[in-house]
Design a protein around this ligand. Structure first.
Ligand code: FAD
Length: 395
């Protein structure tokens, strides 16, 4: 009989792993299981907050993958049986596998901040860290906010999905304010003392938005301990902060499916063999994307894409009784600070003594001295990157 591979999670990692397995081994039976009928991309979703983009342009269906001969199942997986090698859906359906690939993304640790909860995120304090209804809720709150108001972004500790994301979001919200509510402020209360592309962000905020964006590091009292949604107050270590709109991005760990099935370690993330993404805790299960511990690679859509390809080739090799090929990995994260102002950080990675490490001299940051034309070209690169990577996933 033909070998069966089940992939759970049809996002940046899972869609790619399923597609490249089918491309490499057309005879494989590849099943992709995803709980949602459509996928909404987080990359570029900060532009929905500024009003520069419609959420429809971030929404994709799975017909392209079905056309490739992948069995796409709409189901939520609630149980993994690594001994008998099957996963079970919420309605009881059982899917047998020879190899299982998980790319389930992140879960939120709401309890890390007193007074915060999943219900509160859905109703009044959106994180919008999974693009969809909460992205639109946050946008509506910004639209309803009076001029002169304060939008507070609470930034999480490392590691978390999309290290530059909160800071790009600050710029996009400031872009909207600068057009429609110029007396308003964006405050960032951070659990950290440094962040991705920090110098480039701070210079860009200043250039386009003056003093509208303010960042409070942990050392300056920015670490938030508690929230009171009734008074819209955040409790810091030294003082309290009031805001009109609060975007609290919670502490993160691997998705619940991974936690519930013995795939995470004490860190809350999934340890894997970084050459094949095979779980070091359970046999015949691979974990890629945000949920996995992947050495020096950041938790990004591009990282998940790169890992999906490496994992697909390793799984195909294992099924054929071959050893896995020598991998190479890549990531670039673009951020759009204003129309015509893009910045990026890029990395190329290799395996060294079992760890994913940066290749010295490859990759790097946008230049701090780049001219306006270069900044504008980086916006074009960001949009082209998005078009290409989503075509890679869904067609
Ligand atoms: P996801 O893409 O989240 O996919 C996980 C999928 O698994 C989901 O569709 C989910 O529904 C499904 N799933 C989970 N559990 C189950 C289950 N039990 N049963 C069935 N299905 C399940 N990255 C970049 O590279 N560039 C960017 O510019 C960028 N911008 C970002 C901006 C923001 C605001 C945010 C929040 C993130 C951004 N990212 C960016 C990060 C990127 O979105 C993530 O790193 C990426 O989505 C990770 O892919 P993944 O496959 O691990 O998880």
């Amino acid at each position: 009989p033909k070998a069966r591979v089940v992939v759970v999670g049809g996002g940046y990692g899972g869609a790619i792993a399923a597609k490249y397995l089918k491309l490499a081994e057309p005879d494989l039976r590849v099943t992709l299981i995803e709980r949602n009928p459509v996928y909404v991309s987080c990359p570029l979703s900060n532009e929905v907050l500024s009003g520069e983009r419609d959420i429809d342009s971030l929404t994709f269906d799975y017909r392209g993958l079905s056309r490739r001969g992948i069995a796409v199942m709409g189901d939520e997986i609630v149980e993994i049986d690594p001994e008998q090698r099957f996963v079970r859906g919420a309605g009881g359906a059982r899917y047998n596998y020879d190899k299982l690939i998980l790319s389930p993304g992140v879960a939120f640790d709401f309890a890390a901040i007193d007074g915060m909860s999943a219900a509160l995120a859905d109703s009044t304090i959106p994180h919008a860290w999974k693009a969809g209804p909460q992205t639109l809720l946050l946008r509506r709150q910004l639209e309803a906010m009076p001029d002169g108001g304060v939008c507070a972004i609470v930034a999480p500790p490392n590691p978390f999905r999309c290290p530059p994301g909160p800071y790009e979001r600050a710029a996009q919200i400031a872009l909207y304010f600068s057009h429609h509510k110029p007396k308003s402020k964006v405050m960032i209360y951070d659990a950290k003392d440094a962040f991705s592309k920090q110098g480039l962000f701070q210079a860009g905020w200043k250039e386009h938005y003056g003093d509208m964006v303010e960042w409070v590091p942990a050392a300056g009292g920015g670490s938030i301990e508690a929230i009171d949604p009734d008074t819209m107050t955040l409790t810091g270590l030294v003082e309290d902060f009031r805001a009109d709109v609060i975007n609290l991005i919670p502490h993160q760990r691997a998705a619940q499916l991974a936690v519930d099935n013995g795939l995470t370690d004490a860190s809350g993330w999934c340890p894997v063999d970084q050459q094949t993404f095979a779980s070091t805790l359970q046999p015949d299960i691979h974990v890629i994307g945000d949920a996995a511990i992947a050495g020096a690679m950041p938790k990004s859509g591009y990282s998940a894409n790169s890992q999906g390809k490496v994992c697909a080739m390793a799984v195909a090799a294992a099924i054929n009784g071959e050893s896995p090929p020598a991998p190479s990995y890549v990531n670039t994260c673009y951020s759009i600070l204003a129309p015509g102002h893009g910045i990026s950080v890029a990395g190329v990675y290799e395996l060294k003594d079992g760890e994913i490490v940066s290749v010295p001299g490859a990759g790097g940051l946008s230049s701090p001295d780049a001219d306006a034309r270069t900044r504008a070209v980086e916006v074009q690169f960001a949009l082209d990157w998005y078009r290409n990577i989503t075509a890679d996933m869904f067609t």
